[in-house]
Design a protein around this ligand. Structure first.
Ligand SMILES: [Zn+2]
Length: 490
């Protein structure tokens, strides 16, 4: 259907890679940096400068020698203080009972970063305290919607490259419509983890995940290992089914497993992120994590399983008074609803042939900036190729030519609504902190009590293939990312 997409995957994102490199090497460099800046002298003669430079050089040499010495002789001893040296000092722990590494990804839909502080959550806190956490959360991809993000997590690709550019959209070439029940392989590009794992002769299981029911390579949603989506299955039953996989003969225990809960996304949409019913839903998720932990402990394998608990996006409160109505732009340009593929929080517009998209963008922005459109300052529209490059949202023919970036918590509608309802939404710019979700990882390859800087969820694919020690497909994640999060193995 779209033969060229896969060939144009940029293998890594430079700015993210640079960020990571800076953060992972910062600790080692900081000793010398501090030294040279604190001994900087404003008065300099040539001689003083020479002496100063030689001092810096000799100090740097002495310091690096000391650091090298420390690595050579004390690398196996526990760190004495909370410097980042612990990443190098600590090694991954050997498996006690399982015969091969296992990664279990648990997704709690719409688990906004910060929900973990709403109340006492003993089980999630246990994973945090004894595992590795993205200190300021996991960054979703744009648009911060459920299907694009879940599929980015398992492919390492931005939506423009994995093809699921929205929860629903129309293919402009065939006119066919994608929705969350579409399982035809043509929609789903890239290589999801379950395919990578089974292509290499290992077993994978999916207890719900967008795309998991789609036939890809050697993966054809095997019976008993791949559950067809049914939201009425009780959460406890999902946990128990995953636990039962560990009772199989060793060769049949999946190396990669997924587990999915729809909450607290449901409550977030209905009541907004600050409602007491969110707290209740989060407590329920914590109880389910407790059920999982207890089941693994009873089997003596809790410390053997790499559990990655995450979400797909966050949530922000919305209210009807924060609406931008497209009809209000009529004095500048009329936008018929047939042009609009999705309204909010991802506004995407495909004008019919014969209309100039750049003309539409110019007229819309003129109206929005005029001061005469309610909340007009909270919507800007772009030709997709003019969107900020950090959004990676242009390189697919499936993405409509005009995209609107909506202010945090604002909504776009065709006609101004009369209600005063409040609720919650996601799908906004992934730079908004409210769109962040959690990354909590616990298991033999993760340091205990470690915090890592925030990262985008396209990094997770490489993280999983590194833990399983298998070769991954090309993707948008960085190849050096796993070593910045995982404990080294020897
Ligand atoms: Zn979601």
């Amino acid at each position: 259907m779209e033969p060229t997409l896969n060939n144009s995957i940029p293998i890594s994102t430079k700015e993210v890679e640079d960020d990571l490199r800076a953060s992972s090497s910062a600790a080692l460099l900081s000793a010398t940096h501090h030294h040279s800046s604190s001994s900087h002298s404003p008065k300099k003669t040539a001689a003083a400068t020479f002496v100063f430079i030689s001092l810096v050089i000799s100090t740097a040499v002495a310091l690096s020698a000391a650091v090298a010495f420390a690595f050579l002789f004390f690398s196996a001893s526990p760190p004495s203080s909370r410097v980042h040296l612990d990443a190098t000092a600590e090694l991954s722990r050997p498996l006690s009972k399982l015969k091969h590494p296992v990664v279990l990804i648990v997704s709690s839909d719409g688990f906004r970063f910060g929900y973990q502080y709403k109340t006492h959550l003993p089980n999630i806190n246990r994973l945090i305290n004894n595992g590795t956490e993205a200190q300021r959360g996991l960054i979703p991809v744009f648009p911060t919607l459920t299907f694009p993000n879940h599929y980015s997590i398992v492919t390492g690709l931005y939506p423009a490259y994995h093809g699921i550019i929205n929860n629903y959209f129309t293919d402009p070439v065939t006119g066919e419509k994608f929705n969350m029940g579409s399982h035809e392989p043509e929609w789903w590009l890239g290589e999801p983890l379950w395919e990578t794992v089974s292509n290499q002769g290992l077993k994978a299981s999916t207890y719900f995940w967008p795309g998991s029911e789609v036939k890809k390579g050697s993966w054809d949603c095997p019976k008993h290992y791949c559950m067809p989506y049914n939201e009425s299955v009780p959460f406890e039953e999902r946990v128990d089914t995953v636990l039962n996989y560990f009772d199989l003969p060793s060769d049949d225990i999946p190396s990669f497993m997924t587990l999915y809960f729809e909450d607290p996304d449901h409550q977030g949409h209905k009541y907004g992120p600050d409602d007491v019913r969110i707290t209740e839903a989060v407590v329920e998720i914590d109880t389910l994590m407790g059920r999982l932990i207890r089941g693994l402990e009873e089997r003596g394998i809790f410390e053997d399983v790499n559990i990655i608990m995450l979400g797909d996006h966050g949530m922000v409160g919305t209210c009807d008074k924060k609406v931008i109505a497209l009809d209000d732009l009529a004095s500048w340009i009329e936008i018929p609803k047939e042009w609009v593929q999705s309204y909010t929080p991802l506004l995407s517009i495909r004008p019919p042939p014969g209309y100039s998209s750049s003309d539409v963008v110019a007229k819309m922005n003129e109206g929005l900036k005029s001061g005469r459109v309610d909340n007009g300052d909270y919507l800007r529209v772009y030709l997709k190729e003019d969107l900020p490059s950090r959004l990676h949202y242009s390189a697919s023919y499936r993405i409509p030519p005009i995209i609107g970036l909506v202010g945090e918590g604002f909504m776009v509608e065709q006609t101004r609504s009369k209600g005063q309802e409040c609720g919650g939404a996601h799908g906004y710019d992934n730079a908004f902190f409210s769109m962040r979700t959690i990354f909590i990882a616990h298991g033999p390859q993760f340091a205990k009590g470690r915090k890592v800087p925030s990262f985008e969820n396209v990094q997770i694919y490489n993280l999983v293939t590194a833990i399983l020690n298998i070769k991954g497909a090309a993707n948008n994640g960085s190849l050096s990312f796993p070593e910045s999060v995982l404990l080294p193995t020897y």
